[in-house]
Design a protein around this ligand. Structure first.
Ligand SMILES: Nc1ncnc2c1ncn2[C@@H]1O[C@H](COP(=O)(O)OP(=O)(O)OP(=O)(O)O)[C@@H](O)[C@H]1O
Ligand SMILES: [Mg+2]
Length: 293
């Protein structure tokens, strides 16, 4: 797989800074962290709507440091056999310890101990995970990062101090971010002069980074197909983008609605203040999102 770095992630500057401070620099400059006695106990949990860069950020983090990177799809650790799951969990933590400096990334961490179905087996799995996490106090240079798009399914036990206690909201891209994401996904493609990135960003309010990537792919498909049929190859023009945008609906509104409902219903607001800040900032456009007008 191609090496991804922070330059491939549009915007999200605040989150990149946090990751630098909590994961990348501790690995690069342990001497300075030792000098200032800045502890490394907390781990980062990225949460937010689908397609807005959580997994991409994690891959980019790996690309920024010379550390072993374990990209773990959390569901893959789970086995229906009792005991097997515990072993898998122990194994990844042990491997990371042996091969440190290392970054352990648990993607889609909501598959562990989701608290609506806290049956016996689920509890066991969660406990096995917590045991490893807590036993990691003296983790040296193993950093832990996780991501989820259903933060309301996460057991609050995972978010206690010393565990995932840095919860960062990866928001839908704003205007400036969308301009950057278009730029990133158009790198190296033949783009006509009439293509106005600011106009494209304006037209894609409410779309995720993944939506924008697909819009760029769709737009490129029009001239590609023509060329395949024997026409002389031409650049991708504004018209192509407009057609591509028309055929794509945003998936973010639905997520925002569900997130608000579920988090309020489960009384988990205190864990996700940044998300509620975001709802507030939506302000005037909130009625568009939540449908009350
Ligand atoms: N900020 C961004 N800059 C550039 N590309 C982006 C950005 N956000 C998303 N993308 C594009 O969308 C793709 C999907 O994003 P990613 O896999 O990181 O989403 P996610 O937040 O992990 O979603 P999910 O919750 O569904 O796992 C990326 O591989 C990338 O091509
Ligand atoms: Mg992801």
């Amino acid at each position: 797989m191609k090496r991804v770095t922070f330059a491939d992630v549009g915007d999200l500057e605040r989150i990149k800074r946090e990751i630098m401070l909590s994961i990348i620099y501790p690995l690069k400059r342990p001497d300075l962290y030792e000098l200032y006695k800045r502890g490394l106990k907390s781990s980062i949990l990225l949460y937010g709507p689908p397609g807005c860069g959580k997994t991409l950020l994690a891959r980019a983090t790996a690309g920024e440091v010379q550390a072993k990177f374990y990209n773990i799809k959390t569901a893959d650790l789970l086995s229906k056999w009792y005991g097997e799951t515990d072993k898998n969990i122990q194994f990844v933590f042990e491997e990371a310890r042996k091969n440190s400096p290392a970054i352990l990334f648990f993607d889609e961490i909501d598959s562990i101990g989701s608290h609506q179905d806290a049956e016996h087996h689920e509890r066991r799995v969660l406990n096995a995970f917590l045991t490893e996490l807590d036993g990691f106090e003296d983790r040296g240079d193993v950093m832990i990062l996780a991501a989820t798009n259903s933060p309301w399914s996460i057991d609050p036990a995972l978010m206690r101090p010393g565990r995932f206690d840095k919860l960062l909201f990866v928001p839908p891209p704003g205007f400036k971010a969308r301009v950057e994401i278009f730029k990133i996904h158009l790198r190296g493609r033949p783009v006509a002069e009439d293509v106005d990135l600011r106009e494209l960003a304006r037209l894609t309010d409410g779309h995720s980074g993944a939506d924008i990537r697909e819009i760029c792919n769709d737009a490129a498909t029009f001239p590609l197909e023509e060329a395949l049929q024997g026409k002389p190859p031409r650049e991708i023009c504004m018209e192509d983008f407009l057609k591509a945008i028309k055929s794509r609906r945003s998936s973010l509104l639905y997520w925002l609605r569900v997130a608000k409902l579920k988090i309020v219903e489960r009384k988990m607001e205190e864990f996700f203040p940044e998300l509620f800040e975001y709802f507030k900032e939506l302000g005037a456009s909130e009625e568009k999102v939540f449908g009350y007008a």
